[in-house]
Write a protein of this length. Structure first.
Length: 299
């Protein structure tokens, strides 16, 4: 475990902004945050804060909350220059803009060192168009598009942000963007595919937390889509660093959806709770943007 002083995750300013965001927002829980919970509930809670901070306005935040939001964004920008994140994007077929990586590192450093002062500059210059990862107006617009679409496969291919979403009985939204959605050649139902990469295939084969996280994310997608669509098959594919398939499992989507309702929804409820999870004792802090190295100190 890293020295506590080096871990951003336990900073009380992050707890303060977390409470504020959950009071203001719908709130929204991302499938990726549910997966992150299996790695570290506290990290997943902070991720959820940043998803919901777009419903805030600077004017309503006190100094602690502002500093907390600046630190969350410092971690978010620092993450973009992490090798494992860059490699994962490449494996997913995304193009990497080196200039964007360098600029993200610069912003992370300034946010970490100058706090709310530099945060104001980012907002004023429109570098940050929303205080959170989701802009409320864009969310409402995309939610309407998703609800009105009649062809989910075409929607997922054509939309810049092919959001899928479902409102839980408790009132919050569960959202996500599956890696791939296809029509089945036989049966006519939908197939959803979740693609993951790993540098430690043996841990995936042992079905450790990386496997559990990926499967929970796939189950979340199954639950969201089953509200409106005939989802028949859910597929988990894991690649190693070279791009070789080291695991491929096919699940009944309805079974995964039922698992979400019976168990995983409790994770979502913990992520919208204004009380942050307790600081866990055994987590991969060295590889976390909130953990082993304070964001900005090495960039």
């Amino acid at each position: 475990m890293e020295n506590a002083d080096s871990r951003l995750c336990i900073d009380q300013r992050l707890i303060a902004i977390g409470r504020a965001a959950r009071k203001a927002a719908p709130p929204v829980v991302a499938a990726s945050s549910i997966g992150t919970w299996y790695w570290c509930p506290l990290k997943a809670w902070h991720n959820t804060t940043l998803f919901n901070s777009g419903w805030l306005s600077i004017e309503q935040l006190n100094e602690n909350e502002l500093e907390g939001l600046a630190l969350l964004w410092a971690a978010e920008f620092a993450k973009k220059s992490m090798i494992k994140i860059i490699h994962g994007k490449i494996m997913h077929g995304e193009e990497i803009d080196v200039r964007e990586v360098v600029e993200s590192a610069r912003i992370a450093k300034n946010l970490a060192n100058r706090g709310k002062e530099f945060f104001y500059e980012l907002v004023k210059s429109n570098t940050l168009q929303s205080l959170g990862l989701i802009d409320p107006a864009s969310f409402e617009k995309q939610l309407a598009k998703y609800r009105s679409t009649e062809n989910l496969v075409e929607y997922s291919k054509k939309e810049e942000w092919p959001l899928i979403a479902r409102q839980a009985p408790q009132g919050f939204y569960v959202i996500g963007v599956p890696d791939r959605i296809e029509w089945q050649s036989i049966g006519g139902g939908l197939k959803i595919v979740e693609l993951k990469t790993t540098s430690k295939p043996h841990l995936v084969r042992q079905k450790r937390r990386s496997y559990k996280a990926a499967l929970a994310q796939l189950a979340t997608y199954s639950w969201i889509l089953s509200e409106r669509w005939p989802v028949e098959e859910a597929v988990l594919v894991v690649l190693d660093d070279s791009g070789r398939v080291i695991l491929k499992e096919i699940y009944d989507a309805l079974t995964l959806s039922e698992w979400f309702e019976e168990s995983i929804i409790r994770i979502a409820l913990s992520l919208i709770d204004q009380r942050a999870p307790q600081n866990p004792s055994r987590t991969p802090c060295k590889s976390c943007e909130y953990g082993g190295v304070f964001p900005g100190k090495t960039v």
